[in-house]
Design a protein around this ligand. Structure first.
Ligand code: FES
Length: 151
């Protein structure tokens, strides 16, 4: 039993180091995504197959396999935010950012993504722009935020 627990622990630690590595290389890319070269380097570094690396990178929504915009806007779609009007916020974001959820605007300024609960339900509806949380969103507030980012 102890042996099995040790193996599990070792796997969890390795996975955690891989995730840390992928975060680091993604953050270093101005287009905020994991390139094929970086995924290959990860496979070599951790002695994994490419399928294993793709499996990890594809599992976590914070990793992207395609180029993203300067501002990654992650709108919470979980229940509290949904009840507090996230849908109309999402519609307004698509209008203002000239793109749709899951895509990046042609000017490469905005990427719109949905997120599960961001842990800021008391500020619902909430979203993150890169690493900053914005809450108590209204259509008017969204207009102001996006216009400021366009400047
Ligand atoms: S439900 Fe949206 S932040 Fe928790």
């Amino acid at each position: 039993m102890k042996y099995e627990a040790g193996i599990q622990q070792e796997r969890a630690e390795k996975r955690s180091r891989i995730i840390e590595y992928l975060h680091k290389v993604q953050d270093q890319n101005p287009q905020q995504y994991l390139t094929e070269d970086k995924l290959k380097a990860c496979a070599e570094e951790f002695n994994l197959t490419m399928a294993e690396v793709y499996g990890i990178a594809g599992y976590y929504s914070m990793f992207s396999l395609k180029p993203r915009g300067k501002y990654i806007i992650r709108l919470c779609k979980s229940s509290v935010c949904h009840m507090m009007g996230a849908e109309s916020i999402g519609d307004k974001l698509e209008d203002l950012c000239n793109t749709i959820f899951g895509e990046t605007s042609q000017d490469e300024l905005f990427t719109l993504e949905f997120a599960e609960c961001l842990g800021h339900c008391e500020k619902a509806p909430s979203m993150m722009i890169n690493k900053e949380v914005h809450g108590h969103l209204t259509v008017e507030k969204i207009e102001e935020i996006i216009e400021n980012l366009k400047k």
